[in-house]
Design a protein around this ligand. Structure first.
Ligand code: CA
Length: 389
């Protein structure tokens, strides 16, 4: 299937307005019965420019001159048509940044022989690698892009879209998104690695730049794409320490729309604080397991963790067309996303609440504190044989 093109609309319609050179972005949450004509006039009076519409939360992303920011906030926060005025929070991928690896694909002769990784074995996925993924089960990788023509992913990436910045470049200049994609769906063939649900129908929703940095508005935009394109499950190997009303509302509305969201707990190796959106009850929060069976030293944890999954020394596809070993809750999250793809393939459609319940009910409890593992280690044998309640 061809990817659905996405064109951010210029809401002013007419001629271009010069963008302020030093500006601050705000998400303007608008009341349902707002007089939009009047509100747009007020935004313009405050020197603001609407960048894009965020229909998922009935909001607009706008830019205002930074030097009058305090005045803008006081005027708009008191405006009768506005519910809340929120920061466009910066959000980052949850792994150590990697140098640019290029987007060339080495020939088949350079490919290593396929090896099944410790993570795939540990969650019991080895017995289910001959799965035939149904085309209706669409999995989004909300990340830095995916190298779709990697020889161990080829054919699995069914769609791609770029929400990050103003280019239409669909490549993965970071590597992180390609790595996550391989953990979910690398092919069961003769080469490289193998994913939890080999050949899963992947959609690369690019919301982060080459350094793995993005913003809340791009993620909200990406969620809208997922809803409009019938995505069932979204992998979210990213997070932020910050939270606001727009962030909460976007995740509540995405869950209401039936999107199963799997999120990385975070890599706060000192305070182990869980990041947003993993902290929201609308997502499935995943901490990272080390090969020795302990929680990974870098993993965030807390009462919000739902599941633990392999997240240390995980070999997967990379954006140089080869493979790389990486660590992070970013790597643990796609093990659960792949398990969700297998689960939907086996049992049919589920609501986000049903999916979370079945994953947690069938998880294997490890000899670790509850705040480290939630319900335990995702377990495909149980997940795919115990009938959902
Ligand atoms: Ca392979």
């Amino acid at each position: 299937m061809a990817p659905t093109p996405f064109f951010p609309r210029n809401l002013w319609g007419g001629g271009r307005r010069p963008a302020p050179t030093n500006n601050t972005r705000k998400i303007i949450n608008v009341k349902q019965d707002a007089d939009m004509k009047e509100l747009k006039r007020e935004i313009a009076r405050q020197g603001g420019i609407i960048i894009k519409e965020l229909p998922l939360i009935n909001a607009y992303l706008a830019e205002f001159p930074t030097d009058t920011h305090a005045q803008v906030v006081s005027v708009l926060e008191a405006h009768p048509s506005i519910n809340s005025l929120d920061d466009d929070i910066k959000i980052s991928i949850t792994s150590i940044p990697s140098p640019y690896g290029g987007n060339s694909v080495p020939g088949a002769s350079n490919q290593p022989k396929q090896e099944i990784g410790w993570g795939v074995k540990r969650i019991g996925a080895e017995a289910f690698l001959n799965v035939t993924p149904k085309s209706s089960i669409k999995v989004a990788v909300m990340d830095t892009g995916v190298l779709g023509n990697h020889l161990d992913l080829r054919g699995g990436v069914r769609g791609a879209v770029n929400m990050a910045g103003n280019t239409s470049d669909l490549s993965d200049p970071n590597g992180h998104g390609t790595h996550v994609a391989g953990i979910i769906g690398a092919l069961n063939n003769d080469i490289g690695v193998v994913g939890v649900c080999p050949g899963a129908n992947l959609y690369a929703v690019k919301v982060f730049d080459s350094k793995g940095q993005g913003s809340l508005s791009d993620i909200i935009h990406g969620l809208q794409y997922c809803i409009d394109n019938g995505i069932k499950v979204v992998n979210m190997s990213f997070g932020s320490d910050e939270d606001n009303a727009s962030f909460q509302k976007a995740f509540q509305n995405a869950e209401k729309a039936g999107i199963i969201m799997v999120a990385a707990a975070g890599n706060d190796r000192y305070q182990h604080k869980i990041q947003y959106p993993a902290k929201y009850s609308n997502t499935i929060a995943v901490s990272a397991l080390s090969p020795s069976g302990n929680i990974a030293s870098f993993s965030s944890f807390g009462p919000e963790v739902n599941l633990i999954a392999p997240g240390e020394n995980i070999n997967s596809t990379w954006n140089d067309g080869l493979y790389k070993s990486e660590s992070g809750t970013s790597m643990a999250t796609p093990f659960v996303t792949g398990a969700v793809a297998q689960m939907l393939n086996k049992w049919g459609d589920m609501t986000p609440a049903q999916a979370k319940q079945h994953l947690m009910r069938t998880a294997r409890r490890l000899p670790l504190p509850g705040i480290y593992q939630g319900a335990g280690l995702v377990d495909l044998q149980q997940l795919l044989t115990v009938k959902p309640a």
